[in-house]
Design a protein around this ligand. Sequence first.
Ligand SMILES: [Zn+2]
Length: 298
Amino acid sequence: MEEWIIDKIIEKSKLSKEEIIKTISQRKMQFPDLTEDAILRMLATENGIIPIKRDYKIKEINQRINHVNLSAKIKRKFPPRTVNVKGREARVMNFVIEDESGEIPVVTWDENYIDKIMKSRDGENISIANAYAKENPFNGIVELNLGNGSAISVNQTESPKKEAEKEEYKKIADIHDGEYANINGFITRLFSDDIYLIRCSICKKKVDVECDVHKDKALSKTLRIRGVLDDGLYSSSITFFDKQAESLLSLSQQQDVKEKLNDISFGLYQVNVSAKMNKFNENYSLTARNLVKADYNL
Ligand SMILES: [Zn+2]
């Protein structure tokens, strides 16, 4: 497990390390499908901590870690190899990155990243977001994997166009009541209970099972997923209805809806959301109108 998350929980909650470890093993019995790391992340978000570290040093990457963000230099590249995976040809590329603390091999199967890395020169800066680290089963060396949800930028020089794009995003705290805005952030939590909203289409009332007056004659069932969106400074509750809920669910490759929700919640997907803000006193509440998976750009 990632020590820095445990340290943050200790700092914020006044729980002792033993209590945290105990809670994790209790939850593990409740949710046998979740890994200890996922449960640790769950505890972190419950305590108001975003379990994303923005600045790993390479020497800290010595175990399985799901969300690695770091800046380093490209040290050495190996030509991509074509391999056969389940009857299909795919390319895989290995390269090595280094910072002042050490070096680590990186693996990617993604054509876009292979392309970017091939065009780069040794010694160039690289920023990596949302990679995962794990041991290579053949040699026991911990490698960084650039997967589906990762993002990289090589020798990042901000073009004017990129600056302009940035302007379009608002911070949650700056959005007025009733305003529509684009927000760039992370889904840090999703609630998997009560995900359908049932209404009677005749009297438009929200019902539990059926309408007192119209029974089950005209019930409409709407997918409604509630979660937490974090823009790096603030977080807000956010609700996804119908199409938005479906595009949210499509971020995960899982089959089952609950598994998808867990996967997204613990995967901390970065998204661009267009949403409407409703403020009740000091409480923010967003309703999503559009959602796309985003590159790391906070
Ligand atoms: Zn009714």
